[in-house]
Design a protein around this ligand. Structure first.
Ligand SMILES: *Cc1c(COP(=O)(O)O)cnc(C)c1O
Length: 399
């Protein structure tokens, strides 16, 4: 098997990635990189991380063979990697535990994060409470209105949620504000980024912390099915749950990797969040990658039924996997995701996150055309409890 050893020392995945930050952050980024590379090879750090994942997060998450769904579709067998069963309900906690542990090792007492839907804010507030650290979460004031329940969860966990009033008052404005805070307070502050984006080493580090997902799948699939899947599917917002499950499978070219972006109301309408399917390369959030931008390089407002996929960029490693054709990227629209959501509820008794429902919808599209002995492995990145109000609203119900 080919060895996959990305990124290079400067954090490049081919022409993507890198470090596009202001002069004032270079020292902090260099320190972070040196410390991360040290602890990545430190057996004590890795042992503590494994302990936390087992006893705090609840890993390993099981793989579930969705037999009723597979029979119903009369095609390939669908297996689900159950990240929805993790503490706090999604894969994001894998990464925030790792970064909070690193922050402690680096002597940083203060955590900052930015959040759109609030899920990463909750995962950050959770680990800050767990390790007794101060936590400040930047969030657009529009998002605060839309995500009141997650804002309250963060507050219960002891975090300070700072409303951002600039620009469109959403995620990209919160990103700028978090960067500004980091520049100002870099001495005592650790910036926890929630996906495989940002300046090097974040895309690599967040991938590494989430790659436990794919490593577990390698052994679990052998135990359950006696072999590896034919296709691995995951939804792509920034791309951390997808990189988490893809990473171990990249060297094995007999396994197809399919990333599923949010097609929103349809790519043709312009109301979507499909950076890889419909964007172009540029620089955002400290790295070079595919973006949704207009002809002047201004970031375009995104749309998706799932707030967690509503990000105008994507991790640079996905940009590289797309260009090299090692992974394929497709878009699933709101209606298709919602249909998959309801189908899984009724067929398997599992309420998935709307984000994960995009990956599931793509699997449901592919399965009927495939033989019954083929295997599709879907990363079920999170649970749908947080999405009740959204689903009810789309269905014309209030409760
Ligand atoms: C945040 C989130 C995503 C999107 O983030 P990625 O970095 O693309 O994984 C997907 N699924 C769930 C459940 C989420 O909470």
């Amino acid at each position: 098997m080919k060895i996959y050893d990305m990124p290079d020392q400067e954090g490049h995945f081919g022409p993507y990635g890198g470090t596009f930050v202001s002069e004032t952050l270079i020292a902090a980024i260099d320190e972070l990189k040196a410390q991360y590379l040290y602890y990545r090879d430190d057996p004590k750090f890795q042992a503590e991380f494994a302990y936390e994942l087992k006893h705090y997060v609840g890993r390993p998450s099981p793989i579930y063979h969705a037999r009723r769904l597979s029979d119903f579709l009369e095609g390939a067998q669908i297996y689900l990697k159950r990240e929805d069963l993790n503490h706090t309900g999604a894969h994001k906690i894998n990464n925030t535990v790792g970064q909070a542990m690193l922050a402690r090792r680096m002597g940083k007492q203060r955590i900052i994060a930015e959040t759109g839907a609030g899920q990463h804010g909750v995962a950050s507030a959770t680990v800050a409470a767990r390790y007794g650290m101060e936590c400040v979460v930047y969030m657009g004031s529009e998002d605060i209105k839309r995500q009141a329940q997650n804002v309250y969860r963060m507050k219960l966990l002891g975090a300070c949620v700072v409303p951002v009033e600039s620009g469109s008052k959403t995620l990209k404005d919160a990103l700028n504000e978090a960067m500004r805070d980091w520049v100002t307070n870099v001495q005592n502050t650790f910036y926890i980024i929630g996906t495989v984006a940002g300046p090097h080493p974040y895309p690599m580090m967040v991938r590494d912390f989430n790659s436990v997902v794919g490593r577990e799948c390698l052994t679990q699939m052998l135990e359950m099915a006696g072999r590896q899947p034919d296709v691995v599917l995951a939804c792509v917002g920034g791309g951390s749950n997808a990189m988490g499950i893809f990473h171990s499978y990249i060297p094995d070219e007999s396994v197809r990797l399919v990333g599923v972006e949010a097609g929103g109301e349809g790519i043709a309408t312009g109301h979507h969040a499909a950076s890889l399917s419909a964007g172009s390369p540029g620089v955002l959030h400290g790295n070079r990658t595919y973006l949704l931008q207009d002809s002047n390089g201004q970031i375009i407002e995104t749309h998706s039924i799932s707030a967690g996929l509503d990000y105008p960029g994507v991790g640079p490693e996905h940009a590289w996997l797309k260009d090299t054709h090692r992974a394929e990227y497709v878009a699933i629209n709101d209606d298709e995701a919602l249909h998959a959501f309801h189908t899984l509820c009724r067929m398997e008794g599992i309420i998935p996150a709307l984000e994960s429902s995009h990956a599931l919808a793509q699997a449901m599209k592919m399965a009927p055309a495939m033989d019954k002995d083929k295997i599709l492995l879907v990363n079920l990145s999170g649970r749908g409890d947080k999405d009740m109000a959204t689903v009810a609203e789309y269905s014309g119900i209030t409760f």
